[in-house]
Design a protein around this ligand. Structure first.
Ligand code: PRP
Ligand code: URA
Length: 209
């Protein structure tokens, strides 16, 4: 079964509280989502492989470590996942970025796919799927299924806030995918929103409601 890691660093929890506040406007919301994603990226990439390289410092030649093997791809689920990409690219500037467009039908709560553009060599990359919200888990599960159909072999999922139901759904459908979250909230409400959550992440990021 996959691993679920809750990244509860004080800086992340502090910023997440401001993100949750309904009085936080779009600009601060965007900045903070980006900052939290950057802090989380540090933990999400903790186990990626290093190789020994030889470097010449101004003083002498020395052996040190650099990232090796699989390259990374960041794949945001549109729209809200986009808000996490900038922060991650600050730490991993060489990563390629794919995009998966899904929206949740408001009545059925089922995800509807409308876009998919991935790096050609996605099968050779360590893929990090980003979405601030893991609610029913439908969107993340479908995005991961799509990635696997396109050849992705190694995938991890990174969300700011998850409902226990969403974590369970992704673990059931993709037991090979590790999940990283900043908070596991209490539950989903009758409209499929995370409680207490932060409301509609896409609308708050882009000011569309
Ligand atoms: C939100 C969110 C996730 C999805 C989570 O996106 O960003 O993608 O809902 O819900 P689920 O786990 O129940 O599938 P939404 O469909 O509102 O689209 P948007 O990002 O374009 O606003
Ligand atoms: N999508 C959101 O943006 N927020 C939720 O709470 C659930 C799904």
């Amino acid at each position: 079964m996959s691993k679920v890691t809750q990244i509860s660093h004080p800086l992340i929890l502090h910023k997440l509280s401001i993100i949750r506040d309904k009085n936080t406007g779009s600009k601060d919301f965007r900045d903070l989502v980006e900052e939290v994603a950057m802090l989380m990226a540090y933990e999400v990439t903790r186990d990626i492989n290093l190789e020994e390289v030889e470097i010449e410092t101004p003083i002498c030649t020395t052996k040190c470590k650099m990232l090796s093997g699989k390259k990374l791809a960041i794949v945001p689920i549109l729209r809200a996942g986009l808000g996490m990409v900038g922060g991650m690219l600050k730490l991993i500037p060489a990563a390629k970025v794919g995009h998966i467009g899904l929206y949740r039908d408001e009545k059925t709560l089922k995800p509807v796919e409308y876009f998919c553009k991935l790096p050609q060599d996605i099968g050779e990359r360590e893929v990090i799927v980003t979405d601030p919200m893991l609610a029913t888990g439908g969107s993340s599960s479908d995005a991961i299924t799509l990635l696997k159909k396109r050849g992705a072999k190694s995938i991890r999922l990174m969300c700011l806030i998850a409902a226990p139901e969403g974590i369970e759904a992704v673990r059931q459908s993709h037991p090979d995918v590790d999940i990283y979250v900043a908070s596991i909230d209490e539950k989903l409400n009758e409209n499929g929103y995370i409680v207490p959550g932060l409301g509609d992440a896409g609308d708050r990021l882009f000011g569309t409601k």
